[in-house]
Design a binder for this molecule. Structure first.
Ligand code: PMP
Length: 402
């Protein structure tokens, strides 16, 4: 008799379930459009050429200290450069920040959730409907109630800003946390316009909500790092809001398994930043002690070398332009097949994903009849499409919606 036999059953995250089913399928033309992982046009993982160069530099240095522990807050050249990428050069204002190197974006979300729960005691955290499923997990684990603000309108295939603002105005309480996707919203591929972002910042100010940006796709929305950082910079530049950012380099440097990320907190005073630094370090010490070295050194090498940085921009462009081409190819194929409905949203959406509008029944049909694996929500990862499978996927979708 085990002490654990009374545990209830927790199902696998839908992404992992989908992957398992896909792996067990022997059909030759099977396609998976699940997780947000970049693949090249041969469906293969892609190590960025810039990352290879940075690895060579690190390995050639043969630094005997390369496997030593980092400080609790991680590799400073990395988290400082990561912060500059988001906020630009900060001068004196840097004293009002706490930046910590974390276990990728998930680690940054998690550390942020622990710290904001401890310091703000929010009555709730507000996430977009829909959002990245792990937001529910992460905030649930720290014991903060997760509430949803309206975001995606299925009928408009667009943002429901009025409903979003109205819900926050009427139902959110001062001190609540609001999670915002900095760019390339997962799962919808739909970002607010600059005018809409200003209205969202207005409501955060009026209602005293604490903005926590999740920034997992910097560079993947517009292909331009500064443009993609616009929302974060706008909130920051108003000078009236304190805020936090969970930043990931999993996608934009292809460093998925290396777990490279940062948590940044901007406070209204250097004194507050110094106190927050102690609390955040305490939480990090109790959970991971210190973060791992290699990925952060790769990222820092790229971010701090002017030449490698320029080359990285080209790598980013290669990934984003392939994704844009695949969006167009999928839409054009659906149009040429005369597939019922309008498919323009596939091209207007940005980042790695498209919220296709396929219903759960249609998703089940493409899986059962054509071996195309898509999450129940109808979200597809465009990076899973290639010149050789895009027609097949369009045909599968066409058959399912008729
Ligand atoms: N936030 C969002 C919205 C994401 O989509 C992801 C990746 N799927 C992450 C955070 C974190 O990813 P990672 O921990 O691999 O950096």
């Amino acid at each position: 008799n085990s002490s654990f036999s009374a545990l209830d059953f927790i199902p696998l995250d839908p992404h992992y379930t989908l992957k398992k089913l896909y792996s067990a399928d022997n059909y030759e033309k099977k396609v998976i459009l699940g997780s947000g992982i970049y693949r090249d046009d041969n469906s293969k993982p892609w190590v960025l050429p810039t990352v290879k160069k940075a690895e060579e530099i690190i390995d050639n240095a043969q630094d005997s200290g390369r496997y030593e522990y980092l400080p609790i807050t991680g590799y400073a050249p990395f988290h400082n450069a990561a912060r500059e990428l988001l906020f630009g050069s900060l001068g004196e204002k840097a004293n009002q920040f706490v930046s910590v190197h974390t276990l990728a974006g998930t680690g940054a979300n998690s550390l942020g959730a622990q710290f904001l729960k401890e310091s703000l005691s929010p009555s709730a955290v507000w996430v977009s409907g829909p959002t990245w499923v792990n937001h529910y997990n992460i905030w649930g684990l720290v014991g903060v109630e997760v509430k949803t603000y309206p975001y995606w309108s299925a009928s408009k295939k667009g943002l429901d800003l009025e409903k979003m603002i109205h819900t926050l105005e009427t139902d959110a309480s001062a001190g609540d946390v609001i999670v915002l996707h900095a760019c390339a919203h997962n799962p919808t591929g739909l970002d607010p316009t600059k005018e809409q972002w200003k209205k969202i910042a207005d409501v955060c100010e009026r209602k005293k909500l604490f903005p926590f940006f999740d920034c997992a796709y910097l560079g993947f929305a517009s292909g331009d790092l500064d443009e993609d950082a616009w929302a974060v910079r706008h909130f920051f530049s108003r000078g009236t809001l304190e805020l936090a950012v969970a930043q990931s380099f999993s996608k934009n440097m292809g460093l998925y398994g290396e777990r490279v990320g940062a948590f940044h907190l901007y406070t209204a005073s250097p004194d507050a930043a110094s106190k927050a630094h102690g609390h955040i370090s305490h939480l990090q010490r109790g959970s991971v002690s210190t973060p791992p070295t290699r990925g952060a050194k790769i990222a820092a090498t790229i971010l701090t070398s002017p030449d490698l940085f320029q080359e990285w921009l080209l790598d980013l462009q290669e990934m984003t332009s392939r994704i844009k081409n695949m969006r167009k190819a999928l839409r054009d194929n659906l149009v040429s097949l005369g597939t019922p409905g309008n498919w323009d949203h596939i091209c207007s959406q940005i980042g790695m994903f498209s919220y296709t509008g396929l219903t759960p029944e249609q998703v089940a049909t493409v899986q059962a009849d054509s071996h195309v694996y898509i999450l129940k929500s109808g979200r597809i990862s465009i990076a899973g499409l290639t010149s050789s499978n895009v027609r097949y996927v369009a045909e599968a979708m066409d058959a399912a919606v008729r």
